[in-house]
Design a binder for this molecule. Structure first.
Ligand SMILES: Nc1ncnc2c1ncn2[C@@H]1O[C@H](COP(=O)(O)OP(=O)(O)O)[C@@H](O)[C@H]1O
Ligand SMILES: [Mg+2]
Length: 331
């Protein structure tokens, strides 16, 4: 006897051409109807060209026939916008009062930490004029898809990534767009990209508190923000500015992350605070939110980023970071 569960399990093996995730994970399955002699499956055709649709139809028939030889199988495609299909549990914006503090690096590490805990994760690189996520993850393929939807590109460990960099003919191309176009790109990255089902979508916001990060906070249904700073930020002012912006947009600040907090010297087993005393507690108080992590200056990490292998970074800090983040989301 065919059941919904059995069919759903079979559909888990039907991959969406252009991304190695199933039609279930990408949330294309809209309805399954089972009668005594037939099965009808309704699928969204989002991001699928005609060939892909034919291929999926055949694959589904083949898999269901394996479960029940006699059953009639009908597959119907309907049109849906990616926005109608995206089902993301938590959207987290990573922001900073100014550039160059390691915001992108923290976004990348957050994604890796959550991914290692078994969550499904995506990164939307909203830093249109300074995109650096693809390089860190060593990806450069053009996103697949068509007018009905764009598919994210997958990192080595399956993190879904969209960045303006992936659409440019060369990685070094400069984006010199003005505000409205930047806002439009960010909006499209949310509304026209098929993210599917995700536990977490991280947004690498443009630095500072100007128009672009504001637009992103307006457009995206962000659940909360993480604010990144370094011990070089001598006043709490810069963090307070970012907090204020989040509050104005009614987005809770989940916590703060101190990057380049110290350098660990294994020979003497000591942490040296190169950029001065840690300001973690001070900034946490100023933000009214917990200090989620103190990330050391790590030459190995910088090298892995340059080589596009950030996912090979191994540190206990990642586990405690991801747990602190989940606690912050719960409270
Ligand atoms: N904790 C760290 N240890 C080593 N290198 C770091 C660290 N944080 C950032 N970097 C390096 O500093 C540079 C800037 O970081 P990035 O994340 O791109 O900053 P932002 O996004 O804030 O502009 C990158 O080359 C990155 O590899
Ligand atoms: Mg950056």
């Amino acid at each position: 006897m065919l059941t919904r569960d059995k069919i759903a399990e079979a559909l888990n093996d039907v991959l969406v051409p252009g991304i190695t995730y199933s039609i279930i994970r990408m949330n294309l399955v809209q309805d399954i109807t089972i009668t005594e002699a037939s099965v009808k499956i309704v699928l969204a055709s989002t991001a699928l060209n005609e060939n892909a649709q034919v291929w999926i139809k055949e694959k589904i028939s083949e898999l269901i026939k394996k479960l029940d030889k006699a059953v009639d199988i009908e597959v119907e495609f309907i049109e849906k916008r990616p926005l109608e299909l995206n089902s993301v549990n938590n959207i987290i914006a990573v922001m900073s009062g100014k550039g160059g503090v390691g915001k992108s690096l923290v976004t990348g590490l957050t994604a890796i930490a959550l991914c290692r805990q078994g969550y499904t994760v995506g990164i939307l690189d909203a830093d249109i004029t300074g995109p650096s996520i693809p390089k860190m993850f060593g990806i450069s393929t053009n996103p697949q898809g068509n007018e009905s939807g764009i598919l994210p590109v997958l990192s080595a460990n399956g993190i879904e990534i969209i960045s303006i960099n992936l659409f440019l003919p060369s990685e070094d191309e400069a984006v010199i767009w003005r505000g409205p176009l930047i806002g439009k790109a960010i909006t499209q990255f949310w509304e026209d990209v098929l993210w599917g089902k995700l536990d977490y979508l991280l947004i690498d916001l443009p630095p500072g508190t100007a128009d672009a990060p504001l637009t992103a906070l307006q457009v995206l249904p962000v659940s909360g923000a993480i604010i990144v700073f370094t011990p070089q930020d001598l006043t709490t002012m810069i963090v307070k500015k970012a907090v204020k912006m989040a509050q104005q947009m009614n987005k809770p600040v989940l916590g703060v992350v101190e990057n380049m907090s110290y350098l660990y010297v294994p020979e003497i087993r000591k942490q040296i605070e190169i950029f001065g005393k840690s300001r973690g507690d001070e900034m946490s108080k100023a933000a009214g939110a917990p200090l989620l992590a103190k990330i050391p200056i790590d030459p190995k990490l910088a090298l892995l980023c340059d080589e596009g292998h950030i996912e090979r970074y191994d540190s206990e800090i990642l586990t405690s970071f991801s747990k602190a983040l989940q606690n912050a989301l719960r409270s």
